[in-house]
Design a protein around this ligand. Structure first.
Ligand code: PLP
Length: 440
């Protein structure tokens, strides 16, 4: 906070934000990875106004709103395979908490109970939210280490990274290598493992760590083989970001539980959901006296205004054939970065479709990172913001995740600004030279 420079937005439209001082900024991270169809989209605005004329909030505990019921059905339609039961909460972290509790309770009270299954496996550098259960899964030192005394300890999987490969492992071998690491852990721990929790395809907050393709389906097979549930956290990857509705769709994987949030309401209102398959639901289905219900509920879970926004947002996907254009837009965004692809300090440009990370390194050859005290990522993003594109780094990874409806021209412009910012901030930097000039 001691360095915070006030940036206050008074209004927005499409992909553009207007600050209280009148600056127009391109929303390069979709208001924290959630905006899908742009700001003030007429049909989402109207859906919320219509719902406001009916009811703004009722509880989903012991009752539900018609719009929330309709949304649950819609979510079942668009999520993979037989994911068929929807539990609403208000944010992605809560959807993960619900998934963790559901998995444990499932093993406890299903037909052939396995009450020893109380642990979770999470990937290295995992990020699943900021509440305590989600922090337990977390593997990012900077965010999570301090809280070790108050959290549970997961079994730590590999970092299935396609950029920094383990010694002696080639790109082609990476998927097998990481899957074998997961299998080793499963062999050792499957008796006590309730679930593997992972982001499919791309670990967003880890710095857009992109998994080798095929890794997700290998993990699915391993979970089946060792009788461990698979929880896929699609809070960041869901709703078109990766070019399909869900990242799991790329590998035809149906997790046992899927968490969704961020883009669910088009990025308009706080809402998330934990979606489960029938075998999960059935383990909780019993008369009240058996006490098998899921004792978990959020005051605003299933909120009707948020549900109305979500319905309108999901409708827009089909009305505009949006998914068909996302891969193409992702290519435009990538090509807009071609100018820096060979820059001495650009180690990697990665991600899927409209989920892009640019990793800045001190030495492109050795992939050696910058000293974190140099705040290279932060300085690049500050410069880009001065130039009219609001982006936010994760360490030295510059994140570009614009709204999915950004036009080719907007994407090209945003990419060009990010290239310029990188060029200026790292001018004369290349391999180890010290950065001297301050920001203008
Ligand atoms: C953002 C995020 C969360 C947490 O969602 P909140 O709505 O911020 O609580 C969980 N998992 C992933 C993968 C995320 O990107």
């Amino acid at each position: 906070m001691a360095e915070y420079e006030k940036l206050v937005i008074s209004e927005a439209e499409g992909c553009w934000l207007t600050t209280t001082t009148g600056q127009r900024l391109f929303d390069g991270v979709a208001s924290l990875w959630c905006n899908v169809h742009g700001h003030r989209h007429p049909s989402i605005d109207e859906a919320i106004r219509n719902q406001l004329g009916r009811v703004a909030h009722i509880t989903t505990l012991g009752m539900s709103a018609d719009i929330t019921e309709a949304l649950a059905e819609r979510i079942v339609e668009i999520t993979p395979g037989d994911l068929s039961h929807v539990f609403f909460s208000s944010d992605g972290s809560s959807s993960v908490e619900a998934a963790l509790k559901m998995a444990l309770q499932y093993w406890h009270q299903r037909q052939n109970p396995r009450p020893k299954k109380t642990r979770y496996l999470a990937m290295s550098l995992a990020y699943h939210g900021d509440t305590t259960g989600a922090v337990s899964l977390g593997g990012i030192k900077y965010f999570h280490q301090l809280f070790a005394p108050i959290v549970f300890t997961p079994i730590r999987g590999p970092l299935p990274c396609s950029y920094r490969l383990p010694d002696g492992v080639s790109v082609d071998e990476a998927c097998d290598h990481y899957a074998a690491e997961v299998e080793t852990l499963l062999k050792q721990h499957h008796e006590t493992l309730a679930a593997i929790v992972m982001e499919p395809l791309v670990q967003g907050a880890a710095g857009m760590i992109t998994h080798p393709s095929g890794f997700l389906s290998r993990v699915r097979q391993l979970c089946d083989h060792y009788e461990v549930l698979l929880i896929c956290d699609e809070v960041a990857t869901g709703f078109g970001r990766t070019g399909r509705m869900f990242a799991c769709d790329h590998e035809s994987v149906t997790p046992d539980i899927m968490t969704i949030g961020k883009g669910l309401t088009g990025g308009y209102l706080p809402m998330a959901a934990t979606v489960a398959r029938p075998h999960l639901f059935e383990a909780f289905l019993a008369a009240t006296a058996e006490s098998k219900q899921f004792f978990h509920g959020h005051t605003f879970g299933g909120n009707p205004l948020a549900a109305a926004a979500a319905m309108a947002s999901i409708d827009l996907f089909s009305e505009n054939n949006l998914l068909e254009s996302v891969e193409q837009k992702g290519r435009v965004l990538r090509s807009s970065l071609a100018g820096i692809a060979n820059h001495a300090n650009v180690g990697d440009i990665r991600g899927r479709a409209m989920m892009v990370g640019i990793e800045l390194v001190k030495d492109r050859e050795t992939k050696m990172p910058f000293d974190s005290a140099e705040l290279v990522g932060k300085r690049v993003c500050q410069r880009a913001t001065e130039l009219g594109v609001w982006v936010r780094p994760l360490g030295d990874v510059v994140i570009l995740m614009p709204p999915l409806i950004a036009t080719d021209e907007e994407l090209q412009r945003a990419g060009a600004v990010v290239c310029q910012a990188i060029g200026e901030v790292l001018e004369g930097e290349s391999t180890g030279g010290k950065y001297v000039s301050g920001l203008p």
